[in-house]
Design a binder for this molecule. Sequence first.
Ligand code: GSH
Length: 193
Amino acid sequence: MYNCKLTYFNMRGRAELARYIFAYAGMKYEDIRVEWKDWPEIKQTIPFEKLPIMEVDGIIIPQSLAIARYLAKETGLAGATNLEEAQTDALVDCMNDFTIMIPWNEKNKEVKLFLIHSPVLMKNLTKALGEKTWLVGESVTWADFYWEICFTTLNKLKENFAEEYTQLIFLKDRVKAIPEIAEWIKKRPSTEF
Ligand SMILES: N[C@@H](CCC(=O)N[C@@H](CS)C(=O)NCC(=O)O)C(=O)O
């Protein structure tokens, strides 16, 4: 297909969703990981001065969700109909709204986030999932991937934060059990976040 170069730091962070989609679809890409020490110099050369970016046949796309949405559409992970795409986008946005509230620079990251905001997200994701296997429609989408990625990061900040939401735990286990995802998780660089 296309020549894709994904550039981010050496962490899962905001590039992992794109990496999951590449892994699932078996697409070749360059997984470029910038060292923090080199970042100040590189930053000025990057559109909008943030990572991740993805270069597709010479065209640069910033913004992690724009990158992931593009890849999801290319690989059949965006939702089966326009309506399912909208439902999938909405769930991704809800999870993203939550993750951008993580106060990375505060000492007690978990307090407000996990006491106030997490129950609202968990309750509503559980409702969206219902008795289904996947969050939207009848097959896996990038929203399911994003849930597993968010879960892994949030669980590092507060272990067992979602333990009472068993259906959501089963969902992230289902994502992790997809052979291509399991293989990527096994071989990816080990980083804290
Ligand atoms: N909304 C953007 C946020 C991008 C962002 O804040 N990237 C951070 C890393 S997660 C970054 O580039 N930090 C370095 C800097 O701002 O100099 C996205 O989702 O891609």
